[in-house]
Design a protein around this ligand. Sequence first.
Ligand SMILES: NC(=O)c1ccc[n+]([C@@H]2O[C@H](COP(=O)([O-])OP(=O)(O)OC[C@H]3O[C@@H](n4cnc5c(N)ncnc54)[C@H](O)[C@@H]3O)[C@@H](O)[C@H]2O)c1
Length: 362
Amino acid sequence: MEQKILKLGIVGAGGICNGCHLPAYCKMKDVDVIAVCDIKIERAIALAKKYAEKTGKPEPAVFENYMDLINMPGIEAVDICTPNYLHSIIAVEALNHGLHTFCEKPDAVSVVEAEKMKAAAEKSGKTLMVMRNNRYMALSRYLKKYIADGKMGDIYTARCGWQRRRGIPGMGGWFTTKAQSGGGPLIDLGVHMIDLTIWLMGNPKPVAVTGCTYSMFGKTQISDSEHSAFGDKKENGTFDVEDLAMAFIRFENGATLQVECSWASNIEKENRFFELRGTKAGASWSNHKPLRLYTEDEYGTLVNIDPMPRGGKQNHEGNLVHFVDVVLGGAEPMFVPEQGLNMVKILEAIYKSAECGHEILL
Ligand SMILES: NC(=O)c1ccc[n+]([C@@H]2O[C@H](COP(=O)([O-])OP(=O)(O)OC[C@H]3O[C@@H](n4cnc5c(N)ncnc54)[C@H](O)[C@@H]3O)[C@@H](O)[C@H]2O)c1
């Protein structure tokens, strides 16, 4: 049988595209990258050349304007790797032009924008998927199955976060400019761990959110530190976002989630983690401590289990392979736009709560 091949264009040829998306597409036999767009055209040209060299396929067309890529004859899908404020704008255009759309996280910078994306996907009938790379870690997929089999019982509370000791990306550039990023570590890092934890909890509906944000290090020496290579730095640029966010989320089913995210804070070391507590078992994972389950055995003895799941396409590559499988008709989507809208509702409510000083009902 002839293999189906998806003709795809990439918008935004910066850090994440070069680091994760392009290497994945170079390996995928059912994708042809036929176009690349970046307002810094030299980046689009370099990416197109790299793709042709690595795959032996024709060099993708290059564009400065994403509308030219969207209007290119034969194009079927677009992958958006631009700064955050452009995600929804480009996604809506792509969907309105009948293209399947994959987008980097965060889904959008406001609820209004996320609603437009969801509506455009529904109207077009095309697939809209947003990067959820943490769902594709081997441990995440293992734990999801463990939970689905009822082995943790009801998960009624959880904690998660991503805290950096020193790590403000692209100081002064788009990452630290609210109008372009939508916010600081909450929208940049928090979105990853909040999504993973809520997905493991079974995607309960959020109903109320309390949050607090702080901005302590933007104008200090420590802000220019590890991870500052992400995005483009700008001398004397803008820093009008938080560098730490704390939040508490309540869900319709009574479950709760505590969240902590920072780009800079005086802690021991970077910590990316989740912890789930269920009626039959608990689970924890961090970048320092592998997945561990806490339960009782049939003798009523407390036991810890250290699963060591491996294998399968992981992280960003796993998510992109899944997107292509869905579009080409081979898989049920693991992400639906409703989940993206709920995520943006949470993020926006945390910022609103931080501003007004009380809980926000969703
Ligand atoms: N999933 C992850 O693990 C992960 C990691 C890093 C970044 N990201 C996300 O990826 C996105 C990009 O981040 P990055 O670190 O690659 O940033 P970056 O600044 O390195 O790259 C963004 C690129 O978009 C280009 N661009 C800007 N405006 C454009 C426009 N109008 N049309 C076409 N191209 C345009 C820029 O010139 C730049 O090359 C962000 O949304 C970020 O949140 C995700």
